[in-house]
Design a binder for this molecule. Structure first.
Ligand SMILES: NC(=O)c1ccc[n+]([C@@H]2O[C@H](COP(=O)([O-])OP(=O)(O)OC[C@H]3O[C@@H](n4cnc5c(N)ncnc54)[C@H](OP(=O)(O)O)[C@@H]3O)[C@@H](O)[C@H]2O)c1
Length: 327
């Protein structure tokens, strides 16, 4: 495992880290015994950064992180998020009272005195025109409740606004072979301000592992069944917002580019690591075997310029028109 500096925090985090949404919920049935085994496998493989949220399984994912902390001695960082417990996404909801109560609840779930990294959980665009929201986070850092804070965003434009606030240490954004727009302008701007970038949904919800087919069946409580058109939350969070059929077609072309002895999931993760502006990819995983496969991407040789060009051509030809106008 290789490590990269996270923004101005002074932390070195694993370039392949761990996304803990699926072990909380909304991805079909999960078993805590298997989830905790996946978390242990991540630590065993050198992962030292985990991304969760207060809403993942209504705290279940955060509580698994607390359990991991008890069962292991190594130092690791946990990033969580706040804002999605609001019944509606309005800037008024991001009040001192609400943020403080969300954070107190996360502290309890995580069984800790201070949150390593708190991210606003895809707040509405208006939040970036209300500096007082970020002032509240500055106060919570001063009070010792948060070590650092950042934001998770849907759109590149939100990311560009977010990094205008000097306290923002990290931006979490969807970045993968099917979502290349963040690399156009945002990465350079984030690098100028030394802001860490967490590349989420790196496998396009599993589509970029190559294992999903037209025949794949998803449980009724799996967002890959119930959110394909944004029925429950931003449709960009499901298969990166790419139409299922188009995605499957592009995946078939990507399979031809997989390096010998590697897998498509590893190619997808290695592709993200080719961008030095990215601090880490945070693939979700439910099982130790997935974790081991994902971690091994850090040891793959860099992709050739030819492979990078072919991936870009697949993206430009099939995917770009579907995603650039939206995110
Ligand atoms: N708004 C936000 O802030 C937000 C939104 C989305 C995600 N996130 C964060 O980003 C993380 C990553 O995104 P994500 O979990 O949505 O999507 P992802 O990482 O693109 O996909 C994860 C899913 O792909 C499958 N998978 C993982 N490794 C695999 C492998 N090696 N081979 C085959 N399949 C594999 C697993 O599902 P199956 O085994 O069930 O197929 C896994 O749950 C989340 O866990 C969360 O921490 C944040």
């Amino acid at each position: 495992m290789k490590y990269r500096g996270l923004g101005r925090t002074g932390w070195k985090v694993s370039e392949i880290s761990f996304g803990a949404w699926a072990i909380g919920g909304a991805w079909g049935d999960v078993d805590d015994t298997e989830s905790i085994a996946a978390l242990h496998a991540a630590l065993d493989g050198g992962v030292n950064f985990f991304d969760t949220a207060d809403v993942y399984g209504d705290g279940r994912s955060e509580r698994l992180m607390a359990r991991l902390r008890k069962e292991r001695k190594e130092k690791f960082y946990v990033a969580t998020k706040a804002g999605r417990r609001l019944p509606q996404q309005t800037v008024e909801g991001y009040s001192r009272k609400n943020l403080t109560s969300f954070i107190e609840r996360s502290l309890k779930n995580l069984d800790t005195d201070a949150i390593d990294l708190l991210q606003l959980h895809c707040p509405p665009m208006e939040a970036y025109y209300h500096p007082e929201v970020f002032g509240i986070l500055d106060d919570l850092v001063k009070a010792g409740k948060l070590r650092h804070y950042g934001v998770s965003v849907e759109k590149v434009e939100e990311a560009l606004k977010a990094i205008e606030f000097p306290g923002v240490q990290t931006v979490q954004i969807i970045f993968n072979i099917f979502r290349q727009r963040p690399a156009d302008l945002f990465f350079a701007e984030a690098q100028k301000r030394k802001v860490g970038i967490l590349a989420r949904v790196p496998l396009a919800s599993g589509l970029l592992s190559g294992k999903i087919t037209r025949e794949s069946k998803f449980a009724t409580d799996d967002h890959r069944l119930f959110n394909r058109h944004g029925e429950a939350f931003d449709r960009g969070e499901t298969f990166a917002g790419v139409d299922f059929e188009t995605g499957l077609h592009a995946v078939e072309e990507l399979k031809a580019l997989v390096p010998p002895k590697a897998t498509l999931a590893q190619l997808a993760l290695r592709w993200i690591l080719e961008f030095p502006a990215v601090t880490c990819a945070i693939p979700g995983a439910k099982r130790p075997a997935q974790v081991a496969e994902n971690i091994a991407a850090s040891d793959l040789a860099p992709l050739s310029a030819g492979t990078m060009k072919k991936i870009r051509a697949i993206y430009d030809g099939q995917i770009k028109p579907l995603v650039h106008p939206y995110w």
